[in-house]
Design a protein around this ligand. Structure first.
Ligand SMILES: [Cu+2]
Length: 397
């Protein structure tokens, strides 16, 4: 059971009245095994509506936790039973999808880890959530949401932290780090000291071969799995925050002689031969052009979910979608219910992702086999941008 509700937590040495699940800030780590069925009751202990989205999991549409498109908001005191199969292993997370820029910023999120049938050979498996929070002069969570937080780079916190599930490692151990960015708007440009490691998965999906990790850009919603050998204290740094947090090292054991292993791929969908094309133009924000709809941000001239879907296709259609950023800010576009491949400039298929960061003035094509029936949201996962209109949807028949 997951029960969203009010919690008290200490952050930066200050007592904070926040939100969490099951009395915990942030929510507890949920763990299951690939191939299993997940059954989880969400019982709303908030004074407000609740919805939970299982970020990155390819769930049936009615389990996706999205207001308007897939289910009604769970009223206070009521519950909803989520139930879905787990075809994919990897690092995922769950979070509020109702007034999410506010509810997630207060703590309604947590890791969701699906273990492989054959786990890689590591001594320790550590989850690290990179989170930021806006606090006032007294260090207390800042309730103020000025309009400028919605029209520019978002509601960026002035306290950033690495929340790790372990506080100690041994030098020489092989560890798996599961990095998750649940921050509402902040993009991290990470450097990790104390680990001789490789990237083995992005957004839950294994890479064909482990990749060197000199720096890791992690936009809101994205995940990155690393496997590596501990060489000292593991320290998480960012250009804006030289010490986000650390995992202390002690003792010593001999390092493994074996190379970092690749993870077993997840079962990806087969195309049915049909193809579709679409273009999403990101618009708006401070200095942006005019558009229809309610908010500051827009996709294809409409702010907020449009009446008609961006694409309406038969199951199994391969969609190539051009994401063009005509704004002065970066955006991370997240597709529900599917993983897509990022395409390089020459059209070569790259990594599987469920969120892709498109820099200001840039464009990227993605390729997705739309095999999961239902109405799926495609939106900016900078939650302040989503709240102010940066969202559309696809229909898969
Ligand atoms: Cu955005």
């Amino acid at each position: 059971m997951l029960r969203p509700g009010a919690v008290t937590a200490r952050i930066g040495g200050v007592k904070q009245e926040l939100l969490g699940f099951n009395g915990s800030w942030p929510g507890p780590e949920l763990r299951a095994r690939q191939g299993d069925e997940m059954r989880i009751r969400v019982e709303n202990g908030l004074q407000d509506g609740a919805l939970v989205h299982w970020h990155g999991l390819r769930v049936p549409n009615r389990m996706d936790g999205v207001n308007v498109l897939t289910q009604d908001v769970i009223p206070p005191g009521r519950s909803f039973d989520y139930r879905f199969d787990l075809p994919d292993a990897g690092t995922y997370w769950y979070h509020s999808h109702y007034i999410s820029y506010d509810q997630v910023s207060r703590g309604l999120f947590g890791p969701l880890i699906i273990d492989e049938r054959q786990k890689p050979d590591v001594d320790r498996d550590i989850t690290v959530q990179l989170f930021d929070m806006l606090v006032d002069a007294d260090g207390v969570y800042d309730e103020d949401t000025g309009p400028e937080q919605f029209t520019a780079a978002g509601r960026l916190g002035n306290v950033a932290m690495a929340l790790a599930s372990s506080d100690g490692v041994t030098v020489g151990e092989r560890v798996r780090l599961r990095l998750i960015n649940p921050s509402i708007d902040r993009v991290y440009d990470l450097r990790i000291d104390g680990l001789d490691g490789r990237i083995v998965a992005l957004d839950g999906m294994p890479l064909e071969a482990p990749r060197a990790a000199p720096g890791i850009v992690l936009a809101p919603g994205q995940r990155c799995d690393l496997i590596g050998d501990v060489t000292g204290d593991i320290v998480f740094r960012d250009a804006d925050a030289p010490d986000l947090g650390r995992i202390a090292s002690s003792g010593q054991r001999p390092r493994r002689a074996t190379a970092i292993p690749a993870l077993v791929p997840n079962p990806m969908p087969r195309p049915n031969g049909r193809e579709a094309r679409a273009t999403v133009v990101m618009q708006g924000g401070a200095g942006g052009s005019a558009h229809a709809g309610f908010g500051t941000w827009a996709l294809n001239d409409v702010s907020g979910l449009p009446r008609k879907p961006l694409l309406n296709v038969r199951r199994g259609t391969t969609a190539r979608i051009t994401l063009r950023n005509d704004t002065a800010f970066d955006h991370v576009m997240h597709l529900h219910g599917h993983h897509f491949r990022e395409l390089s400039a020459d059209g070569a298929p790259g990594d599987y992702r469920d969120g892709t960061l498109v820099g200001a003035g840039e464009a990227r094509d993605i390729l997705c086999v739309l095999d999961n029936p239902g109405d799926w949201m495609l939106h900016c996962h900078m939650l302040s941008h989503q709240a102010d209109g940066m969202a559309t949807w696809l229909r898969v028949g």
